[in-house]
Design a protein around this ligand. Sequence first.
Ligand code: NAD
Length: 318
Amino acid sequence: MPKEIILVTGSSGLIGNELVPALIKKYGQENVIASDLNEPTNYSCKSVAIDITRPEVISKTVGDYHITTVYHLAGLLSAGSEENPDLGWRINFGGLKNILDVAKENKLKVFWPSSIAAFGPTTPQKNTPQHTILEPTTIYGIAKVSGELMCQYYFNKYGVDVRSLRYPGIIGWRGKAGAGTTEYSIHMLNAALSSGKYDCFLKKDTLLPMMYIDDTIRGTIELMEAPADKIKVRTAYNFSAISFTPEQLTKEIQKHLEISVKYEPDFRQKIADTWPESIDDSAARADWHWQPTYDLEKLVEIMLKQLGTIAKQEVRAQ
Ligand SMILES: NC(=O)c1ccc[n+]([C@@H]2O[C@H](COP(=O)([O-])OP(=O)(O)OC[C@H]3O[C@@H](n4cnc5c(N)ncnc54)[C@H](O)[C@@H]3O)[C@@H](O)[C@H]2O)c1
């Protein structure tokens, strides 16, 4: 089998911080190249700076390192894109288009995450089907739907082996949580370990699909390793684990630690209101045997343990 050499874009983000070590473990540090806008400094593999809006830089890196596979994570999340729609479109759609063009020229295999943001207010919100109405109202969601269609187009027209998942809200602890709509969950867990108080920017009964990062990373690599003839969906697979509300998360945290939560919804409530409550991922389960392993109880237990260890290390380092 020809050697696989993997480029990861957006490596310094929440997901990259977990995916890069997992890829290094599986494929060896000599076969993984981490990249971000600024060169990442925290990985044992080779790292480079790539601005995803600059196709010539992507092309040169792919040539220089004989890249065969790209995990394209560089992006601007929902809240950031809503604050700067032009930049959101350029990074999220333009960046993907640049990757697909380089993939076409160099016969690369590509992973790119879509999102539950591809759905919209007219989508059935409960157990959202694989094939359904996609009319998002956020610029982030519009870029995700357009990106999904572009992936399918490049597969059909040029044979690019591009695979995608509609990620739910991802909960991880290695990378820093940002201002994303579902990231209230990570901030609440951190608050439980520090002040014991949290002002939540979503209403307490906002039910959203979520997933613990270990499930996400395993599912992503399993999708990429599945035989090409098993991949029946070339837009993006529905990909699901659990759904919970801020109030349900608070109650689960309170089994371990004290926390009081005030609810002060901001503009992200409107974004969350357009997303599904739960997802039907039976196509992923049938085609390449997707199976999540973390429920809310296990997720809270492991997140508090891992975030607690990081907090202690930070105190020791001061
Ligand atoms: N985190 C989630 O819950 C979630 C949910 C659904 C989909 N996704 C998708 O997963 C991917 C990664 O998300 P994440 O949570 O790691 O995001 P993140 O914001 O933590 O990381 C994104 C990374 O992209 C980099 N980046 C931004 N602009 C860039 C540019 N022009 N060139 C190169 N790099 C650039 C940033 O520096 C950052 O390190 C994105 O496509 C996102 O839409 C994430």
